[in-house]
Design a protein around this ligand. Structure first.
Ligand code: DOR
Ligand code: ZN
Ligand code: ZN
Length: 407
């Protein structure tokens, strides 16, 4: 294949360490085919898939099942998360041997399929992962406190108070981030904070890093580009996500933290739901989350075009930092001798707009409808093969392969 890249920019493929690709269990929202097509078109060449599927990825058998599904359909490379519960601590090592690329711990969960282990079990899990050398991603939000209080307030019809709780008491996130860092310091575990949404966590992240904790942190485009002020225009239901998009005043400090390295990584928390699941009358009945793999790079490139960050800074947070944090360095996420040819060609002169109808995810309802774009990926290669061209997926299902993690 001869590729003419005259006038284009060449960057490494983005590595999205936080996606929910839904299979097995929720194929009506997304399949590995639709999701990896969306990723390829969006310039994402490697994804790490979350374990809140059905069955949850909490055993070797469940991991094998997901590997088979992903292996048959994927057109980009992938790592699979194992789920940590109090019930499967004795299986984490076997799951790591069976190819779990990382593990996910939920400090809060309203999903009955997803356990929320007590502190003792968290510490034990961290000890095991410290021994195995694998990083543990933590959903350090929506703690049981919030769920318990929120349910009670909603049951009493106090929806305003419940909304206030979910939206403004982000100190529950600060508590969970700090607790994660303390447990990591005790055990020597490498930990990763998922979807950082609030400026209040930032001093606590800096404190932990200054103390030498091996802590990495991600944020997502919705926390950088949206605030509750935009809810009326973009649709509160479409914006609904956990953790929630915060009130104005958080995005600026999160941008600063991303640029100064306090926040290491940009991921997406790609979490598609059907439009019908996002358009119910009562916002609490609307499923939280929306697709992200196809819209993240283009949103960030528009900011590159506006001069908010350099392309080099974007590559650091989208490619290099995730590769280093999750043990993919030096094979992925950097343009270096010996690295996989996971490559994206950009045309920084191209403009456009985000349109849900044009997205490849099945659950395509996005709060970013109409966002103006300047700079688009025009070709995506995974291990040297073109998997997306000019906005169209062209890869062969099954080309995607599981990543190898070097701890
Ligand atoms: O908004 C969210 N959606 N947050 C999560 O943590 C889970 C995700 C999903 O799986 O739908
Ligand atoms: Zn989460
Ligand atoms: Zn998530």
């Amino acid at each position: 294949e001869t590729i003419d890249a005259a006038g284009l920019h060449v960057i490494p493929g983005a590595i999205d360490v936080h996606v929910h690709f839904r299979e097995p269990g929720f194929s009506h929202k997304e399949t590995w085919t639709s999701a990896t097509q969306a990723a390829a078109v969006g310039g994402v060449t490697t994804v790490f898939d979350m374990p809140n599927t059905n069955p949850p990825t909490a055993s070797v058998a469940a991991l094998d099942q997901k590997h088979a599904i992903a292996g048959a359909q994927a057109i980009v490379d992938y790592g699979l998360y194992g789920l940590i519960g109090e019930h499967n601590l004795d299986q984490l090592e076997a799951m790591a041997q069976a190819g779990a690329a990382s593990f996910k711990l939920y400090m809060g969960s309203e999903n009955p399929l997803v356990p929320c282990p007590p502190d003792g079990a968290i510490v034990e899990a961290f000890e095991i992962l410290a021994r195995l050398g694998l990083r543990c991603t933590v959903h350090a939000e929506n703690t049981p406190l919030l769920a318990w209080r929120g349910d009670k307030l909603r049951a009493a019809g106090r929806t305003d108070a419940a909304a206030h709780l979910e939206q403004h008491i982000d100190l529950a996130a600060v508590e969970a981030v700090s607790r994660t860092a303390i447990f990591a310091e005790w055990t020597g575990a490498k930990v990763h904070i998922a979807h950082e949404s609030t400026r209040h966590s930032l001093p606590h992240i800096r404190f932990a890093k200054d103390r030498g904790v091996d802590l990495t942190v991600e944020t997502c485009p919705h926390y950088l580009f949206l605030s509750t002020d935009e809810g009326a225009r973009l649709g509160d239901n479409f914006m609904r996500v956990k953790p929630p998009v915060r009130e104005p005043g958080h995005a600026g400090p999160l941008w600063d933290a991303l640029l100064d390295g306090t926040i290491d990584i940009i991921s997406t928390d790609h979490a598609p739901h059907l439009r019908s699941e996002k358009t119910r009358d009562v916002i609490w009945d609307c499923a939280p989350g929306f697709p992200g793999v196809e819209t993240s790079m283009v949103l960030m490139l528009a900011e590159v075009s506006r001069g908010r960050l350099t392309l080099g800074q974007y590559v650091r947070m989208a490619c290099e930092a995730p590769a280093k944090a999750f043990g993919l360095f030096p094979t992925k996420g950097v343009l270096a001798v010996g690295a996989d040819a996971d490559i994206v060609l950009l045309d920084m002169t191209k403009t456009g707009r985000i349109s849900a109808a044009g997205l490849h995810s099945i659950g395509n309802a996005t709060p970013f409808e109409g966002f103006p774009l300047h700079g688009l990926p025009v070709r995506t290669l995974v291990r040297g093969r073109t998997v997306a061209l000019e906005g169209r997926p062209v890869g062969t299902p099954g080309w995607g392969r599981p990543v190898t993690v070097a701890c």
